[in-house]
Design a binder for this molecule. Structure first.
Ligand code: PLP
Length: 403
């Protein structure tokens, strides 16, 4: 891909080693893992290795890894699978207002079928208060699901603490770690996690493959019924090349984790510092320090996120906005509204997520180009026409969400 890619939270480029690891499973080792002959066993061996590699990155046992078709499926499997398996124990799930739609829409689906769901609020930086989790847990609570890091604003939740509360109260704890696996250290046992979702394409692996960690001893009902694959937890002939790619991506991520955190956070901090210094009326969204190493997210006042994206695209810079234009209607992001931003401010969101291949020069190029784009768009913007002159006096403080 030509251009400057600052959209790694959307997807990451598969690493060359990942593609190399997958190719033999298309070309030669294409047997069905359920076959008893050696061709099948060859495919099974590839999956076994991948299961070990995924488990190693999480501090889990290989048999605790269930391969799925995506992070979305892993999230659905966790909520619906536990909802069904525990229906005799209770009917109450706790989650947060800023989860990905893979969780929120699944929770709404369960609500329509009679389960109760509490959506915990977050503070202005996007943090869930563990005290709120403690207060919300009731006799009938069967599951708490709080994401590890938010995909739009990058805030990392106090997962270990929340997990400890759940453990103490005998409630299962699931975390959507799609944005964190391979990007920050994770140990499911030290972090008191019972179930965890991940997705290969967010850590330089292939699309269409994910996994759900299910701690030993946790019973979960399958979503997909059939031949009993994945120990009865997810039927269907496995996507062997994809699973092998996920395994290799996890192996590489583990080996490079420290380097990547240092590399990404230096670029992220340069973006944040540069943006706030060069673009008047811009603000950082999400937590200033407890955030993903690769994520710099902002709101830029008086312009729409989409206009910024299109103008950046013309410059060969690829970014993302929280205010995605869904089905023709401009909806402000539920995450930005949940942290207390007004609709018009939320519409000016811009997410820059860096990755392994990005350079300081690319960040500096962005910082050289972007202020001009903002100036041009503000000059054309009807919403900037009546703005008070004082608004351009300086940048907004990180926590001043009253804008
Ligand atoms: N959860 C989070 C936090 C995500 O960011 C995403 C993808 O953007 C998903 C779940 C869904 O993962 P997938 O694209 O593999 O379905």
């Amino acid at each position: 891909m030509n251009g400057i890619y600052f959209d790694h939270a959307a997807t990451t480029p598969p690493r060359a080693e990942v593609i190399e690891a997958m190719l033999p499973y298309y070309r030669e080792k294409w047997g069905n893992p359920s076959s008893l002959h050696s061709s099948g066993r060859e495919a099974t061996a590839g999956m076994d290795e991948a299961r070990t590699q995924v488990a190693a990155l999480l501090g889990a046992y290989p048999e605790e890894i269930v391969f799925t078709g995506s992070g979305t499926e892993a999230d659905n499997q966790a909520l619906v699978g536990i909802g069904i398996a525990r229906e005799s124990k209770g009917d109450y799930i706790i989650t947060s207002a800023i989860e990905h739609h893979a969780i929120l829409h699944t929770a709404e689906f369960l609500e329509k079928r009679g389960l109760k769901v509490t959506y915990l609020p977050v503070d202005a930086s996007g943090l869930v208060d563990p005290g709120d989790v403690k207060k919300a847990i009731a006799d009938k609570t069967i599951l708490v699901s709080i994401m590890h890091a938010n995909n739009e604003i990058g805030t990392i939740q106090p997962i270990e603490e929340i997990g400890a509360i759940c453990k103490e109260r005998g409630v299962l704890f699931h975390t959507d770690a799609v944005q964190t696996v391979g990007h920050v250290p994770i140990n499911v046992r030290a972090m008191n996690i019972d179930l965890l979702s991940l997705s290969a394409h967010k850590l330089y692996g292939p699309k269409g493959v994910g996994a759900l960690f299910v701690r030993k001893g946790v019973r979960i009902a399958p979503l997909i019924h059939g031949g009993g694959h994945e120990r009865g937890r997810r039927s269907s002939t496995e996507n062997v090349p994809g699973i092998v790619g996920l395994g290799e991506a996890c192996r590489l991520a583990g080996a490079d984790l420290e380097w990547e955190i240092t590399h990404n956070s230096a670029l992220r901090d340069r973006l944040i510092k540069g943006m706030l210094a060069k673009v008047p009326d811009s603000m950082l969204t999400g937590h200033p320090t407890q955030r993903l190493p690769n994520s710099a997210s902002f709101c830029v006042r008086y312009i729409e996120g989409e206009s910024m994206l299109l103008n950046l695209d013309l410059e060969g810079i690829f970014a993302s906005s929280g205010s995605a234009c869904t089905s023709g209607s401009l909806e402000a992001s539920h995450v930005l509204l949940a942290i207390g931003l007004a609709h018009d401010v939320a519409h000016g969101s811009l997410r820059l997520s860096v990755g392994r291949g990005n350079t300081t020069e690319e960040v500096d190029h962005f910082l050289a180009v972007f202020p001009g784009i903002v100036e041009k768009l503000r000059a054309m913007s009807p919403i900037s026409a009546g703005r008070p002159a004082s608004d351009f006096a300086g940048n907004l403080d990180v926590h001043e969400h009253e804008l």
